[in-house]
Design a binder for this molecule. Structure first.
Ligand SMILES: O=P(O)(O)OC[C@H]1O[C@H](O[C@H]2O[C@H](CO)[C@@H](O)[C@H](O)[C@H]2O)[C@H](O)[C@@H](O)[C@@H]1O
Length: 262
């Protein structure tokens, strides 16, 4: 798909908006629990949620609890853990779990496997596990080898590479399938999807949105299926806030036209 520097105008009354979190709404930090979304952006998301008639969802590798905490006071539909768990607009949870016997032992097995690699840590997310090496980049190949060994040993798992991380998630789960599921349901269905993300996990989302005739936006450099690009998290924030200004200007123009017609 051709890429352009400028994202097209978005008519919020016709669009369904899907947002990735880390590296998109929130700047990358050394540790996952150091991340935050600025208050003005969280409040802007609340306004966008209302202006899209509730057709707004976070689509992230994080758990739903973390997404709610990071985006408060927003409490929107969301897909967490790369789509393994999804909260629809009615608040119903759709979840793909690992077999209980595997889920019970996998975290400890992974912690033991990466114990020799100082500076690396396991993030347990229920049905998925992230092996982080941001603080020990020289262990990238070691962590990738551990992840490859575990996905070969357990066919229920698939690898999800990311920024200084390799995750093990349930096979068949991806962000594209989560977006497609939202798009079959109210209030998303019948709208044009927009998805913005920054990482390898977001490519499945870009492909799904492209197939649905929507707008896909990649944040930062790198090969992508997305049709548009923003340079960094700062540009994402500025663009989000500009969507609301665009809406305010439209409302003011409409009000003026109504007044002129009186
Ligand atoms: O799909 P996302 O919302 O982009 O989430 C992807 C993963 O993000 C987190 O890890 C990444 O961000 C951390 C904080 O900036 C960073 O320290 C880490 O190196 C990155 O990989 C999160 O910890 C994962 O659970 C998400 O899957």
């Amino acid at each position: 798909m051709t890429q352009s520097d400028s994202v097209p105008p978005i008519d919020l009354s016709r669009f369904a908006c899907f947002f990735d979190v880390d590296g998109c709404l929130a700047a990358i930090e050394t540790r996952p629990d150091w991340v935050s979304i600025p208050e003005n952006v969280r409040l802007a998301l609340c306004q966008l949620y209302l202006l899209t008639g509730g057709a707004l969802a976070l689509v992230s590798g994080r758990t739903l609890n973390e997404l709610d905490a990071l985006s408060a006071p927003l409490h929107s539909p969301a897909a967490g853990v790369h789509g393994a768990v999804r909260r629809d607009a009615q608040g119903h949870i759709h979840q793909i779990d690992l077999p209980p016997s595997l889920a019970a032992t996998l975290g400890q097995e992974l912690r033991e496997a990466i114990a020799p690699f100082t500076g690396c840590h396991v993030e347990a997310k229920g049905m998925a596990f992230a092996l982080h090496y941001r603080e020990a980049a020289h262990h990238k190949a070691d962590i990738e080898a551990v992840a490859a060994a575990f996905s070969a040993r357990y066919p229920e798992l698939t690898r999800q590479p990311g920024k200084c991380v390799v995750e093990l998630k349930p096979a068949g789960v991806n962000k594209g399938a989560a977006i497609e599921a939202f798009m079959t349901e109210a209030p998303f269905s019948g709208r044009t999807p927009l998805f913005i993300g920054d990482d390898v996990t977001d490519e499945a989302g870009f492909n799904a949105v492209n197939d649905l005739g929507g707008v896909s936006i990649k944040v930062g450099p790198g090969e992508t299926a997305a049709g548009y690009r923003l340079d960094d998290v700062g540009q994402v924030h500025a663009w989000l806030l500009s969507l609301l200004e665009q809406k305010e200007n439209h409302t003011m123009n409409t009000n003026n036209s109504v007044r002129e017609g009186l």
